[in-house]
Ligand binder design. Structure first.
Ligand code: CDV
Length: 315
C-alpha cells in the first residue's frame, strides 16, 4: 500500500479587522476548490485563519475581544467549509481562536487548530502550547503582540494521531521554534506535523532579528523535520495586514530537511506537494534511530528545569 499523501499548504494573505467570517470562508473555499483540482487530500490553513491577527492591539472592549473567538467548531459561518471539504473528500487543518467551556464550567481561551479527516470526522483539536509576546500594553512598540493577554497555554500537550494513513501531529506558530515540540512528537513516531503561523517581520524586543525572519522560519522547521525524520507543513498568513507586514514563505518540508515546495507570493496561494510518508523511515531507522542511539539518561534537565542555570563559578 502506498503511503503517498497529496498535501496543500493554503497560505492566506491579509485579513482586515472588519472582514467578516463569511468573507474569509469564501477565500478558504476558493483555496479548497484549487486543492480539489490539484487532487489534494489534505489542505492546511494558517493560524487564526478566520480573522485578522487581533493580538496586535490592546483591546479594551470585551464584546469586541469575544467577537474574535469561536464558541463552537464548526460554527454556523464555517459549516460551509466543513461540508464542502467532506463533499470533496479532502481533509483539512484550520487555525482559530477557541472559546472553550470545560466540564467544570470554566471558560478558556485557546489558540487552536482543528484537524478533520477526509470523511468529515474530527481527528483532534490542538491548542498552542508556547504563547509568545506579552500580557500588558507596551506603548513603546510599533504594534503589540498580546497573545499572552488573549490566550492561555494549551493543557493537552503535543498529541500524535493516526490519520491520513500515517501519524500526524500539530503545532502552532511559536511552537515551531522550540526543539522540544518536535522531539515530543518524534517520540510518538510522528510522520507529518502541521503548523499554521502569523509571524510579523518586525520583532520589537530585538529588531536585529527582522532581517533573519525568513531564515529562522525555515531553519527551525527544516531542522525539526530532519532531526525527527518527519514531514513538516508550515503555512503562513502573510503580507501587510492592518499596517503590519508578516512573513509568508509557506513551505512543505521533507524528512530530509529539504523544502520540496514553497510559496512564491505573500497572498492567498496553494502550495502543493506529494508527500511519501515512508520517506520518514529512511531517517527514523538509520541516523535517527531513537531507540538505538538516544541517551535520555543525559537529557534530564530538559524536563527538570525551565530557565538556564549556569554552573557555579569556581571559588
Ligand atoms: N504568532 C506567533 O506565535 N508569532 C511569533 C512571533 C511573535 C515571534 C512567532 O514565533 O512567529
Amino acid at each position: 500500500m502506498t503511503r503517498e499523501l497529496r498535501i496543500g499548504a493554503a497560505q492566506l494573505g491579509p485579513i482586515a479587522r472588519n472582514d467578516s467570517r463569511a468573507d474569509v470562508v469564501v477565500r478558504l473555499l476558493d483555496l479548497l476548490s484549487q486543492a480539489e483540482a490539484a487532487e489534494v487530500e489534505l489542505i492546511v490553513y494558517p493560524e487564526l485563519a478566520l480573522t485578522t491577527f487581533f493580538p496586535r492591539w490592546h483591546l479594551e472592549d470585551d464584546d469586541e475581544i469575544l467577537s474574535f473567538y469561536e464558541p463552537s467548531m464548526p460554527s454556523p459561518e464555517t459549516k460551509p467549509l466543513f461540508d464542502a471539504a467532506a463533499e470533496a473528500g479532502i481533509g483539512f487543518c484550520l487555525g482559530y481562536a477557541e472559546l472553550h467551556t470545560s466540564p467544570d464550567g470554566k471558560v478558556h481561551r485557546y489558540n487552536s487548530q482543528i484537524l478533520v479527516e477526509r470523511d468529515g470526522s474530527t481527528v483532534a483539536t490542538f491548542r498552542k502550547i508556547h504563547i509568545p509576546g506579552h500580557e500588558h500594553n507596551e506603548d513603546w512598540r510599533e504594534f503589540q503582540h498580546l497573545e499572552r493577554r488573549y490566550f492561555e497555554p494549551g493543557p493537552d500537550g503535543f498529541g500524535v494521531w493516526p490519520a491520513f494513513g500515517g501519524l500526524v501531529g500539530m503545532m502552532i506558530c511559536n511552537d515551531r521554534r522550540w526543539p522540544e515540540t518536535y522531539r515530543v512528537m518524534g517520540l510518538r513516531g510522528v510522520e507529518l506535523i502541521l503548523c499554521g503561523y502569523n509571524t510579523p517581520i518586525h520583532y520589537a524586543p530585538d529588531p536585529g532579528q527582522d532581517r533573519l525572519q525568513s531564515f529562522h522560519n525555515h531553519l527551525v522547521m527544516q531542522a525539526g523535520a530532519y532531526q525527527n525524520g518527519t514531514w513538516v507543513v508550515g503555512v503562513a498568513k502573510g503580507g501587510v495586514e492592518e499596517g503590519v507586514h508578516s512573513l509568508a514563505e509557506s513551505a512543505i518540508i521533507a524528512p530530509s530537511g529539504e523544502i520540496v515546495a514553497r510559496a512564491e507570493t505573500d497572498g492567498d496561494e496553494l502550495v502543493v506537494a506529494t508527500c511519501d510518508l515512508d520517506w520518514c523511515r529512511n531517517y527514523k531507522e538509520t541516523l535517527f534511530d531513537f531507540d538505538y542511539y538516544r541517551m535520555p539518561e543525559h537529557y534530564g534537565r530538559i524536563t527538570a528545569q525551565r530557565g538556564a542555570v549556569p554552573p557555579q563559578e569556581a571559588p
